[in-house]
Ligand binder design. Structure first.
Ligand code: FES
Length: 258
């Protein structure tokens, strides 16, 4: 039960009317047709590799801007299978690099923090916050090394939108993915809490769980269901992006302001 076809996002007032209509009629958004996802789509290594290559060519949200409050603040994690470090440089710009030393590929940064320089723990090569290779121990042992050509490898592009850092690692598949992203978040995001969980499952299983509310009552009988609705989804598409809404019951309080 997904997909209402290509459309622009509703305004807040239109969205409210649409949700109240579903509540009154005990209905939900429905797709144009049923869809059976082949099991092969979850099990195929070839498909998985192709999906990750595609993700590297799309702007992917990497971290909140708020995670990089000052020069030297960095966040390191994998994105589409590639170790990446995002850092705020001394001039305040946010940059993103492959998190790999140019000598033997050792990972340079781990987790998050603040640093003046990225120093490799293996042989001690050191990189400035703008990625330039600053220092090579016993440099006389590398007579052909041109330090200017051996800085950290930057991703294709870094974009900031809605208080989030998006990275596009490789040549983009085309324009429009970020431009058509609705301005739903303001720039002044703050971080209340963060955590990380690694699941040994295909990434689509996690993503798909957030794209349908058909499971809400059986799966969340004591957490979300008492505050929400069972099987009430509103799905909107805008370009390659989508918005999926699962309203809280307190939305009923807004009936009086429509
Ligand atoms: S791998 Fe980094 S200095 Fe050797």
């Amino acid at each position: 039960m997904t997909n209402t076809g290509l459309q622009d996002m509703r305004s807040d007032a239109e969205l409210l009317d649409h949700i109240l209509d579903h509540i009154d009629n005990n209905t939900t958004d429905l797709g144009d047709e049923e869809w059976y996802e082949p099991v092969e789509h979850y099990a195929s290594q070839t498909r998985f590799d192709a999906e990750r290559r595609l993700m590297r060519r799309l702007p992917i949200p990497f971290c909140p801007v708020a995670a990089l409050p000052e020069p030297g603040s960095y966040v390191a994690r994998n994105s589409a299978g590639v170790p990446i470090v995002v850092v705020r440089d001394l001039q305040g710009s946010i940059r993103a690099f492959r998190n790999a030393c140019r000598h033997r590929g050792m990972q340079l940064a781990d987790g998050s923090g603040c640093t003046k320089i990225f120093r490799c723990n293996y042989h001690g090569w050191a990189y400035r916050l703008d990625g330039r290779l600053e220092y090579v121990p016993h440099e006389h042992g590398f007579p052909d090394l041109n330090k200017d050509n051996n800085g950290l490898v930057p991703v294709h592009s870094v974009d900031i939108q809605g208080g989030l850092v998006f990275i596009t690692q490789d040549e983009p598949v085309g324009p429009g993915a970020l431009e058509s992203l609705p301005k739903l978040l303001t720039d002044d995001q703050i971080i209340f809490e963060s955590n990380e969980k690694v699941e040994e499952i295909n990434w689509k299983l996690t993503a798909e769980g957030t794209l349908e509310g058909y499971h809400i009552k059986p799966t969340h009988p004591e957490s979300f269901f008492p505050y929400g609705y069972d099987n009430l989804n509103v799905v909107e598409m805008q370009g390659p992006n989508s918005r999926v809404c699962y309203p809280f019951r307190r939305i009923e309080k807004l009936r009086s302001v429509t």
